[in-house]
Design a protein around this ligand. Structure first.
Ligand code: PFF
Length: 467
């Protein structure tokens, strides 16, 4: 490796090929397993409608301003996350140690990519099963057993993981314009067309009435701090904010891209896909009489049963799992990019070499998950519900409190919008995220792990539901 101890890193010379290409890559990063796998089961576990309203609030009031902030930081610095944040701090006469903010995001994205690849390998296995027509007439018990057998067929999953990792490495290794952007420009439009097909099928053949009442009529009685934490974590995970990935994507942005407009498009498209995914999944789940609160298995256990119980279900299953795979792929390449761009920039490693090296490391880590799957849920919770909101909190503090007030005006362009955005990052985001993280973590410790809280805390977060 060619180290760069002097800290002299120049602006990135690579840029996105076109605005459309950037939007496709950014939407591709946001739309992924978060929308298909994580959103439905999180909404299902948290009661549906009320959770979705809180989720929407988190997207608009937290996710969107932080997303704009990440792009702005990236374009202003012209460097990947950690380097960029360090250089902006240096230019503002502040300590380079603020780069730690970038590291929180890098940790989060590294942990996410480690399990993301494994779940993507499961999806690949399900695409193959759907092609083989395995789901016709499958019962819930058989489907549970099928899921268990599929993921414990370690040799098979390891092979699929390797295929998925190499595909990621090849695309990321080819660069931003020739790899990531090109893949997203082909896969995302294909994804949207398939999604519309599945929704049309689901709402015409599934139980739409029950879906509408589940998704749109809020039950506030089940809402507590952990609901807020789950919604906030889901918003960060789904939009890919807090991982500083969008700082890296922003560093490839040219001057003629409007950051606020692009952020609206990305957040809007991601949210729409999540809701549409709900309308593609729940009608079929209800129609088959299955439990919407089925947990992480909802996707892999309930859906095959649901698909298997309807005429033409096998084809729909094939399309559905393929589109989930496309979405997962355009997100996983973005997660890859965080470390590859850093290795390239900081250590002068060739992109293809860095990508292949990452594939090797992720394969080793992936094999560990394949052998001890229990960690997966924990790492998902830790990254989604804690590290990403923490990353978002730090980015808000960095822009709102560390950098000079007008530092980002040039990036946001519009003065009025800048004022609203800056106030959100300076006040609303830190206070809201701080409170939710603090109480949400105690609530989670109490309800999930049965830790007894002192009486004053219990009066704030509610009684222990685990006893
Ligand atoms: N947003 C992606 C999804 O919804 O699946 C997951 C993700 C990608 C999270 C990239 C964080 C990230 F940096």
């Amino acid at each position: 490796m060619v180290g760069n101890p002097s800290g002299d890193i120049s602006r990135k010379s690579d840029t996105w090929g076109s605005r459309f290409g950037f939007i496709m890559a950014a939407v591709g990063s946001s739309v992924g397993l978060g929308n298909f796998w994580r959103f439905p089961y999180t909404a299902g576990e948290n009661g549906g409608g009320a959770f979705i309203l809180i989720y929407l609030l988190c997207v608009v009031a937290i996710g969107l301003p932080v997303l704009m902030g990440e792009y702005a930081l990236g374009r202003k610095a012209g460097m990947s996350s950690v380097e960029g944040i360090q250089s902006l701090a240096r230019n503002a006469g502040k300590s380079e140690n603020w780069g730690i903010i970038g590291w929180v995001g890098v940790f989060a994205s590294t942990f996410i990519v480690s399990f993301y690849m494994v779940i993507s390998a499961w999806i690949l296995a399900f695409v193959l099963q759907a092609i083989g027509g395995n789901f016709a007439g499958i019962t819930p018990e058989q489907s549970g057993q099928n899921f268990g057998e599929t993921i414990s067929n370690r040799g098979n999953i390891m092979g699929l993981l390797l295929v998925f990792l190499i595909a990621n490495a090849v695309i990321v290794g080819r660069g931003v314009k020739g790899g990531i952007e090109k893949a997203a420009t082909i896969l995302m439009p294909a994804f949207f067309i398939m999604l519309l097909g599945v929704v049309a099928f689901a709402v015409t053949t599934g139980d739409l009435k029950q879906t509408v009442s589940f998704l749109l009529s809020p039950d506030w009685s089940a809402v507590n701090f952990s609901t807020f934490l789950a919604a906030l974590g889901q918003a960060c995970f789904s939009l890919s904010v807090g991982s500083v990935l969008m700082v890296t994507y922003g560093s490839y942005l040219s001057r003629d891209t409007n950051i606020p407009r692009s952020s609206f498009i990305v957040a809007g498209a991601d949210t729409m896909v999540a809701i549409i995914a709900g309308f593609a999944i729940f009608p079929i789940v209800f129609q088959a009489g299955l439990d919407p609160a089925g947990g992480p298995g909802l996707f892999f256990v309930s859906l095959p049963v649901a698909f298997g119980s309807i005429p033409g279900g096998n084809i729909i299953a094939m399309v559905f799992f393929s589109l989930a795979l496309f979405a997962a792929f355009t997100s996983s390449i973005s997660l890859y990019e965080v470390s590859v761009s850093w290795l390239e920039e900081r250590h002068g490693v060739h992109r293809m070499g860095a990508s292949m090296g990452m594939a090797f490391i992720l394969f080793v880590v992936g094999v560990a998950y394949i052998y001890s799957g229990d960690y997966l849920d924990f790492v998902d919770f830790l990254t989604g519900n804690i590290l990403l909101p923490l990353g978002a909190l730090f980015i808000a503090i960095f822009i709102g409190w560390v950098l000079p007030k007008l530092d980002m005006l040039e990036e946001i362009e519009d003065q009025k919008l800048h004022a609203v955005w800056y106030t959100a990052l300076r006040w609303f985001v830190p206070v809201f995220v701080g409170i939710i993280l603090f109480f949400g973590i105690f609530d989670g410790l109490q309800d999930t792990f049965g830790v007894q809280m002192p009486a004053f805390m219990e009066s704030l977060i509610g009684s222990n539901k685990s006893v």
